[in-house]
Design a protein around this ligand. Structure first.
Ligand code: FES
Length: 116
């Protein structure tokens, strides 16, 4: 694992998101409530992009497709494919629940770094 300079901090104001490439992976940066989070931009369910997922009241990033929810800090899944009703639950049983990969971040001299 090594640190990669991905972006100037000024390019990611509070509430902003951006997908960057780190070590051949697409990483989603989210500036949420004063903290820069870095998570895989690929949902562990069907590898679909997470970029447009909403953040719920528990601080979890919710996949825009089948609404699995992942803790932004740890990536831990709290809900696995609950949507659409009935079909989502059946789909969820076909694949093992997985967490969303998360990456460490730091900001130094106005630059955002991601460890991957
Ligand atoms: S692709 Fe994310 S929950 Fe299905």
């Amino acid at each position: 694992m090594s640190w990669t300079n991905v972006l100037a901090a000024s390019e990611l104001p509070e509430g902003a998101r951006k997908v960057v490439k780190v070590a051949d992976q697409k990483v989603l940066l989210i500036h949420h409530e004063g903290k820069i989070h870095a998570v895989a931009n690929s949902c562990p369910h069907l590898k679909l992009p997470m970029k447009s997922g909403k953040i719920n009241e528990n601080g979890e990033l919710v996949c825009p497709f089948h609404r699995s929810a992942f803790n932004l800090c740890t990536g831990k899944a709290s809900t696995w494919t609950p949507f659409p009703p009935v079909i989502g639950n059946i789909m969820g049983k076909l694949s093992a629940e997985q967490d969303l990969p998360v990456f460490s971040t730091k900001t130094e001299n106005g630059e955002i770094w991601v460890e991957a």
